[in-house]
Design a protein around this ligand. Sequence first.
Ligand code: NAP
Length: 296
Amino acid sequence: MATAQVIDGKAYADKVRAEVARAVAELKAKHGLTPGLAVVVVGEDPASAVYVRHKGVQALEVGMHSVTHRLPAETPEAELLALVRQLNADPAIHGILVQMPLPKPLDADRVIAEIDPRKDVDGLTLVNAGRLASGLAGLFPCTPVGCLTLLKDLLGDLTGKRAVVVGRSNLMGKPMAALLTAADCTVTLAHSRTRDLAGVCLEAEILVVAVGRPELVKGDWIKPGAVVIDVGINRVPSKDPQKAAEGKTRLVGDVAYGEALEIASAITPVPGGVGPMTIAFLLKNTLKACEAIEGV
Ligand code: NAP
């Protein structure tokens, strides 16, 4: 049986970060500019805490200015909106990221709407979503941008490829489908109401799965030779019953990895595939925002 190429997302992210670091050094040397990233965290979601720390550390490592604003969970919405407006006006800040999910009763849509679209490095404002849907340039969500860049590096020209995206969230599935469409793929966007999901997946030369259901996509849903991008991150009990009884867990993707390895031509593992790329592409978006705002 053939074994798929395992895509090393960590190595890929290292390469992207090194490119960003070189570009940041050049911006400093030529224009005296330092891209600045502000991360706003409200409350204490433990999963977000690690991720936010990595964002700050990696921004500094590539030579950026980085600030993290930590607000208590009970922060009034008006105060959070005022902070976003302050960051919009701050010339040292080029990228603003408000960590989701926000604790209740904060309204994420209202907070996102307050972010200056030129500083919207998560690509979540309606302006950037609309620009993406219209095929215009803008700042787009980091994970799908990372997946598209990876696919282009792996396959070259994507023109005419049959692509299936499973999952239609605003953060992942929808922008992924729009980016693949812009790259001239023929795209199907599947979701929880899709009939014969297995049959739809079987048509894909490029299969991107972003659902959040452990090992939903089985080996026999995959077209032989397809490239599989598994975005899902799911925590399940350890395989070892003893460890499982102690509450130990492991991470799996949305694709049955062992089965997929035998059928796909390339696949991103979980962990170590798509996950590490997201922050690298956040830094790339911050650089892009800085260049656009400063006109260099
Ligand atoms: P989400 O907002 O919960 O959206 C999930 C999507 O999957 C929805 O569109 C839903 O369909 C669809 N879906 C649910 N069950 C399904 C099923 N049985 N068959 C087909 N489609 C189904 O999730 P998300 O934010 O896009 O994230 C998806 C996964 O990717 C999660 O595991 C998340 O942790 C991971 N993720 C990873 C990264 C990263 O690596 N950095 C970044 C983003 C997300 P409906 O719309 O019909 O409900």
